[in-house]
Structure formats: C-alpha cells, structure tokens
Design a protein around this ligand. Structure first.
Ligand SMILES: Nc1ncnc2c1ncn2[C@@H]1O[C@H](COP(=O)(O)OP(=O)(O)OP(=O)(O)O)[C@@H](O)[C@H]1O
Ligand SMILES: [Mg+2]
Length: 257
C-alpha cells in the first residue's frame, strides 16, 4: 500500500481552486480552463470526461506540474504547485507523479527495459539496479518476456504497458493518464483499464482523462468538463447526449496486488 499523505486527515490529497489557463494566439485568447474547483481524496480513481477542446489535457498537465496555471491554486499533499520554483516542480513530477500519455512516448531506439529504466538515469542508481527495477516493473505489467523488445516490436497495448511500468519507477502516489486507451483496440484498452484499476487497488490516486465511457466503470468519481469548467453529470448529459451517470463495471474487480 502507498502511505497516506501527510497533513490533516480530512484535507483532500489534491485541492484545486479557481484554476485558469489562458492561451493568447494571434490576438485571440482561449480560456482552456475557466475557473475549475476540484477536490480529490487520496486513493480515489477519478475520470475526467469532456468534448474535444474542453480543457481535459490542460487540467491534467497542470496537475502533473508539466505546465503552470494562469491563475488559481493546485495544492497536492499540502504543497502548492504554483509557488514552486522549477527545481521543486521537477522534484514533484519525479517523486509524486507518474504520467501516462495517449501516444506512449517511448524512445524508439531503446528496449522495453531501457525505456522503463530511463527516468532513473540521473538518480545515481547503478545500471544493474536500474535493470533489476525495470525487470520487476515489466513483470508487474505482464511483459516479463518482452524486456529486450524495442517499441516497434511491441503491440500498442504492450507499448502502453511499458509506458505504465516507466510511470511507476519512482513509486508515484499519483498516477495521471491522458487518454491511455485512445490509440488501442477494444481488448487492449480493456486490459490497460484493468491495469490502472490494479494500481488503484494498490492505494494510488488515479486521474484518467478519457473519451471511453467504459473507463467510468473503474472510477470512484467522475468529473465532467465543458468549455473549461466542471459541470454536473446531468448538465453534461443534457449538453452532450453522452452518458453522465455511473456505469456498471463489466468485470469483477481485479485482485489487489
Ligand atoms: N499550447 C496551446 N496554445 C494555444 N491554445 C491551446 C494550447 N493548448 C491547448 N490550447 C487550447 O485550449 C483548449 C483546451 O485544450 P485541451 O488540449 O486541454 O483540450 P482537451 O479537452 O484535452 O481536448 P482533446 O479531447 O481533443 O484532447 C483548446 O481550445 C485548445 O485549442
Ligand atoms: Mg486532450
């Protein structure tokens, strides 16, 4: 299990308030996030859904410390991201967050295990120890027999598993995934969802941006975005025609590891 966050027992692990992100392009200002307030408790599994351009990736990137807000606050485990300098933000990304992208973002010239080990390269860890850790993580995601394969020699689902193993290298308490099943066929997508559900049962906090309503079945909470603002499930359903309510989980919960 992942240790619970420090701080007041009732304080949410993540507290987002008045969050805004604006982009000015060619004289036009786009409010990608237009005042988002959100509390996320430790150990929850949140999905973020919304139409294209509604601000989902922007929200996830800000939460992951990959970008900075125009205004507002993000406090994670008592630490205010917007007050961190670049070094502190880099440490936050490295130590607290595991990030999973739709396009896997693997290095094509490296083997699966070298990709997983990549974030450890400057951490003063011996190559042997990095290799052992990478091997263990690849086993964890069901790829023990693909350690030496390069990304081009792996299926999409396998590449995403490698990316998930890489995201776990520093034992992140918070796992953020931006459409992790977006490039995968139905069966591979399902197995990635189940892997995320396992990470959740390990005690991690999971936030997944997704277009796939099946992902909601794994979530403890659903967040809906329209035009850079959070809306209720009823409003989301009324505006988009997409299901807003909870969806029954299709399979039994995977066993906790
Ligand atoms: N770097 C940028 N420069 C200018 N505008 C941007 C930038 N990044 C995002 N935007 C704009 O901000 C809005 C929100 O973008 P975002 O990528 O968060 O949407 P999204 O909900 O993730 O969409 P999708 O489902 O297509 O991935 C969009 O209107 C987009 O054009
Ligand atoms: Mg996006």
């Amino acid at each position: 299990m992942i240790a619970p966050p420090a701080g007041a027992p009732d304080a949410p692990f993540i507290a987002i308030s008045g969050l805004r992100k604006s982009y000015a392009l060619g004289g036009v200002v786009v409010h990608a996030l237009d005042g988002v307030d959100l509390g996320i408790r430790a150990g929850t599994f949140h999905t973020i859904m919304g139409p294209s351009g509604s601000g989902k990736s922007t929200l996830l990137y800000l939460l992951g410390g990959l970008d900075r807000p125009t205004a507002g606050r993000i406090v994670v485990a008592g630490a205010a991201l917007q007050e961190m300098d670049e070094n502190a933000l880099a440490a936050y990304r490295r130590e607290v967050v595991g990030f999973i992208f739709q396009s896997f973002n693997l290095i094509s010239s490296l083997s699966a295990w070298e990709n997983v080990a990549f974030p450890m390269r400057f951490a003063g860890i011996s190559r042997r120890a990095r290799r052992e850790r990478a091997f263990a993580l690849l086993e964890r995601v069901g790829l023990a027999d693909r350690r030496q394969h390069r990304p081009s020699e792996l299926s999409g689902g396998q590449q995403q598993r490698v990316a998930i193993a890489r995201s776990l290298v520093n034992e992140p308490r918070l796992v953020l995934a931006d459409e992790p099943t977006g490039n995968l066929d139905t069966a591979s997508g399902q197995s990635i969802m189940e892997l995320l559900a396992e990470l959740h049962s390990d005690g991690r906090t999971i936030v997944v941006v997704t277009h796939d309503p099946r992902m909601a079945a794994y979530a403890t909470h659903q967040v809906f975005l329209l035009d850079g603002r959070t809306v209720s499930d009823a409003e989301y359903h009324a505006v988009t025609g997409m299901p807003g309510g909870p969806i029954a989980r299709p399979v039994a919960a995977p066993a906790s590891v």
